[in-house]
Write a protein that binds this ligand. Structure first.
Ligand code: FE2
Length: 289
């Protein structure tokens, strides 16, 4: 069965979550002359969103002794970039923290996996000297958004997809594309475009399993490599993975691009550094549970 992409994209608005607020806020935070009052007003229009955002700002992770009580306060103390990624965390929770049956993910699994990919992406950005670790965090967080849209179809066609993975020795994404006409990365990129995500995020979503397909027109190939490596390690570590978990490959070129030693010691060291970050992921999850 091939997907009808137009029909699918028309259904997308039914997804819970305030991505329109996140995009609006992210754009405002990109402008250093942003009107803070106006920004607070936009964030404040959704009260439960504001409550969750402030809870997250007050998480032990940031270690403030004096509580952050207003959005203005959060901007001053955390800075624009951090606040922007926290806005996406709050928004994403509404979409990711639920069962995603087609990928055999029970409630909370895709959420933990996405947060892990975000934290790992930020870490990889820092160790590889990438210019904007907070952007890497957000890109890592959102890379699997397409799974929310196509999981029902994956469920129906799962046997055919797995059959192709086994008989043609290809990855899950490639098999998804062959069976459904599109894989979750391509559908995710279409949704991100529809929701006016910045181009850089559309590209990280589109190429997170296949960084080699990113051509020279891409805004930020280094970020694509970061998200690909973070995604692969989150999957390898088995964090909130579903039925496609072990069926994606890690590109050695991406590792090399980030200056990571591709011998077994280099990769093992990286993976053990990632495992050390898991307490940070627990803290993040606990602060907006
Ligand atoms: Fe994915």
């Amino acid at each position: 069965m091939k997907l009808d992409l137009d029909k699918l994209l028309n259904r997308v608005d039914a997804i819970p979550g305030n991505f329109h607020i996140a995009i609006k806020v992210a754009k405002m935070l990109d402008d250093f002359n942003v009107n803070i009052q106006e920004l607070s007003k936009i964030i404040g229009t959704d009260q439960s969103f504001t409550v969750q955002l402030l809870k997250l700002c007050n998480s032990a992770q940031f270690g403030f002794s004096r509580k952050i009580v207003t959005v203005n306060d959060a901007i001053t103390r955390l800075g624009f970039k951090t606040l922007k990624s926290l806005v996406f965390v709050v928004v994403s929770k509404g979409s990711f923290n639920r069962p995603v049956e087609g990928y055999d993910l029970s409630k909370g699994e895709l959420w933990r996996n996405s947060l892990s990919c975000a934290v790992y992406s930020k870490y990889l950005a820092e160790i590889s000297g990438y210019k904007d670790p907070e952007l890497a965090f957000t890109a890592g967080l959102l890379r699997d958004i397409g799974k929310l849209i196509i999981h029902e179809y994956v469920k129906e066609e799962y046997d055919n997809i797995i059959n192709l993975v086994n008989t043609e020795n290809i990855g899950f994404s490639e098999a998804e594309e062959k069976v459904l006409g599109y894989n979750h990365s391509q559908v995710g990129a279409k949704i991100a475009t529809k929701w006016n995500f910045p181009k850089v995020l559309v590209e990280t979503i589109e190429f997170h399993h296949n960084p080699k397909k990113a051509n020279n027109d891409c805004v930020d190939k280094k970020l694509i490599n970061i998200i690909h490596v973070a995604d692969s390690i989150a999957m390898m570590l088995g964090i909130g993975i579903g039925n496609d978990g072990m069926m994606h490959s890690l590109s050695m070129d991406s590792l090399e691009n980030l200056g990571i030693d591709i011998n077994s010691v280099g990769i093992e060291t990286l993976i053990s550094d990632m495992v050390d970050l898991n307490s940070e992921i627990d803290l993040l999850m606990a602060s907006i549970s």
